[in-house]
Design a protein around this ligand. Structure first.
Ligand code: ZN
Length: 136
């Protein structure tokens, strides 16, 4: 589809998140992607200029918005992007990172426990799954 160049595959997002480290746009987008998927939402990551937007597969009309937004984001701030794309798509910023002391893998129920609240794990050490939900 026309968005092929904009949709960021999970593997690519994971690679970028690892490369850019915690707190990067990519790491935050990956965390958001997992949070949405943990709520059984069918969402993907879409790269719009320097931002990553998490949302459902776009309609044909959305595609046009995305393509225009991709160009426009070179000049816009996150609030502008959010306004253009509307809900439920979301622009992930550094401040919106979700943390938890206990994350549960939605595939195998493996628990990842830490003393301090941590961002969602990169992947499940037992099954390699990337979908986690807060368990504490
Ligand atoms: Zn697992």
């Amino acid at each position: 589809m026309a968005l092929g160049g904009l949709q960021t595959p999970d593997k690519e997002l994971e690679r970028l998140a690892a490369e850019h480290g915690p707190g990067s746009v990519d790491a935050n987008a990956l965390a958001e992607l997992r949070r949405e998927r943990a709520q059984d939402k069918q969402v993907s990551a879409y790269r719009l200029g320097k931002f990553v937007v998490i949302g459902p597969e776009p309609s044909a009309q959305d595609e046009l918005t995305f393509l225009l937004a991709n160009e426009a984001t070179k000049l816009l701030n996150p609030d502008d992007v959010k306004r253009m794309l509307g809900e439920p798509s979301e622009v992930v910023t550094k401040d919106e990172r979700m943390t938890s002391r206990i994350w549960m893998c939605t595939s195998c129920s493996e628990m990842v426990v830490s003393e301090d609240p941590r961002p969602v794990p990169a992947s499940c050490t037992r099954c390699g799954g990337i979908a986690f939900k807060k368990a504490g």
